[in-house]
Design a protein. Sequence first.
Length: 345
Amino acid sequence: MSRSTEKPLLRALSGEALPTPPVWLMRQAGRYLPEYRKVRAEARDFLDLCYSPDLATEVTLQPIRRYGFDASILFADILLIPDALGQQVRFVAGEGPRLEPVRDAAAIGKLSAARVGEHMQPVYETVRRLRRELPGQVTLIGFAGSPWTVATYMVEGRGSPDQKQARLMAWTAPDVFGVLIDKLVAATVEYLSGQVAAGAEVLQLFDSWAQGFSPAMFERWVIAPTRAIVDEIRARHPGVPIIGFPRLAGAQIPHYVAATGVDAVSLDTGVDPAWARQVMPESVCLQGNLDPLCLVAGGEAMAAETRRLLDGMAGRAHVFNLGHGIVPETPPEHVSALLEIVRGR
Ligand code: 1CP
């Protein structure tokens, strides 16, 4: 296939600067959309939604129908992996995830990556249906959480502002914590590989809590597990682009990119595009990084900031996105306005 007929997202991820960047938004399916809330109400609970190919396919397609994004991200969650490993996971409406915490060698010893492939069959079925149903120019992105970020939820038992329990465990019992990370690497490779086999064309690794590490800890708990996953996926599926999202990792981002070998890096809101361009090779595609709250604000503020971001990334491989996920209070019409600005200038 000649380059110009390839899908826009794949062209940008291969390092091509396009006059109009491809655009998708993290958490583009979700509670800000009335049609999502309707389907969500039909499911028994959030996990049921993730494991029902009918419902998960429908909510993945909703933002594509409404807005025509360049990419579609599989509807699932980073916490399906702990569930597949045998940890108890629940989503409490209005509160978020609750897991039975794993904090010692015995609890970690009981987790097993052996059943991941079987457990994730419904998710793979969703991926297969999406590849059949998505419009031709839309790229399907599969994803997983990175081992460190998933481990923070497994050890803490819930989302937390500081990931204190996981950080403490990494200091006080690094060998035990290492066993957990190794199981997560194995499970994540299996899961992502299954997504690609079912039809995912691009993979994104979400490391939402990659901030606040000393260099040595960053190396051990963020870089090493990520590199192990990237290496194994490349060996099994050469040519599938991988996007890393080391959120809030700041000055450690260039090293993350160089050491893990990701094809693209998703930048959080605080990263200056001018700095990112200077410190990362042209061949690495940059994704991001409008403030999700700027999208809530809309109007002139959003228009001005979006143009500034587009100008800042002009002439360079760029995928337009937010610096983190869409928040539920986002007015859906602001997303249409954003797309007009990104595509229409
Ligand atoms: O309907 C609901 O009430 C559930 C809300 C919801 C949704 C829509 C959750 C619970 N997960 C999701 C889907 C989801 N999660 C997707 C696919 C949808 C899309 O992008 O269009 C993806 C890629 C994720 C990834 C995810 N889940 C991350 C990484 C990205 C990020 O936002 O940092 C994380 C940290 C999670 C955990 C999670 N799942 C759900 C919530 C509310 C949370 C955060 C919990 C917390 O830290 O407090």
